[in-house]
Design a binder for this molecule. Structure first.
Ligand code: 1GP
Length: 268
């Protein structure tokens, strides 16, 4: 069946019209070229016009490759407005990293469709996904099926509390690698290893390498990365993309130090 452009726009706005490839394809392409990526997590509850304009300036300098958008809770009434400002200010992919099913938004270029594989809460493994499957299709959001592994970062985080799940112990890399492998066998398109926002300790290189050695999928690593050294360690251990949120909320200039860890600006 053939559709006109306006019909396509109605059926599937973001998927068809987004100028950016799906994030797992971006990650795979970067990996093939030996490139690593830096993602900045923007929590709609903690951002502002000024913060977005600062980040946009760094993105224009090639210091940010990808934006993730989301939080454990989103109560900010101007969240949609801020997302539209971010989208209008940058030429980088903005991908939803939703803390719950209420955070879908077709202004984004894609959605990390997270399944919390490290936990045993069925609602976050498949329950919420069923509830929003029709909505995701309706919005035309491009999805990346993402096996999400919550790993102990030294203290309880919003994710562990809100998800009501126990993180994988930080000193049990085999548990993480088998969980990631199961995710790959189930057809996931990426693995996100997260110590949770504001974690005391970032995920150890040993744990990242254990997962890297077990799966061929793109690996995203975040939680508690506060400086260039921690970023470098995660990348050298096998992460394809690191995510930094908290530390940049406090000090956006940290992007200068982080960018030095990456040898080149990414091209999309
Ligand atoms: C959290 O991985 C992200 O899900 C980022 O963590 O805020 O600690 O950088 P931080």
């Amino acid at each position: 069946m053939n559709f006109t452009q306006s019909e396509i726009r109605i059926l599937s706005p973001s998927y068809i019209l987004s100028p950016h490839p799906m994030i797992h394809n971006t990650l795979s392409a970067a990996r093939e070229r030996g490139h690593k990526l830096l993602a900045v997590l923007v929590d709609p509850d903690k951002t502002s016009r000024e913060n977005i304009s600062t980040l946009a300036a760094y993105a224009k300098q090639g210091k940010i490759d990808v934006f993730l958008w989301g939080g454990s809770l989103v109560n900010e009434p101007r969240a949609d407005h801020y997302l539209s400002i971010l989208k209008a200010s940058i030429d980088k992919p903005v991908v939803l990293f939703p803390g719950n099913m209420y955070q879908l938004n077709d202004q984004a270029d894609g959605l990390l469709l997270l399944s919390l594989l490290s936990g045993r809460n069925p609602d976050l493994l498949i329950g919420q996904h069923v509830l929003v499957a029709g909505k995701i299709k309706q919005l035309g959001l491009a999805t990346t099926a993402t096996g999400y592994l919550l790993i102990d970062g030294g203290r309880p985080t919003s994710v562990s509390y809100m998800s009501n799940t126990t993180p994988i112990p930080a000193d049990k890399p085999a548990l993480a690698s088998c969980t990631a492998l199961a995710g790959q066998q189930l057809g996931m398109q990426a693995i996100y290893m997260d110590a949770g926002s504001g974690a005391l300790n970032p995920i150890s290189p040993a744990m990242i390498t254990a997962v890297r050695n077990e799966v061929d999928l793109p690996i995203i690593v975040g939680g508690g990365i506060r400086n260039g050294l921690a970023a470098r360690k995660a990348l050298e251990a096998g992460a394809d993309m690191i995510v930094v949120g908290n530390a940049l909320e406090k000090d956006p200039e940290l992007l200068v130090e982080l960018a030095e860890v990456f040898e080149r600006p990414a091209t999309f």
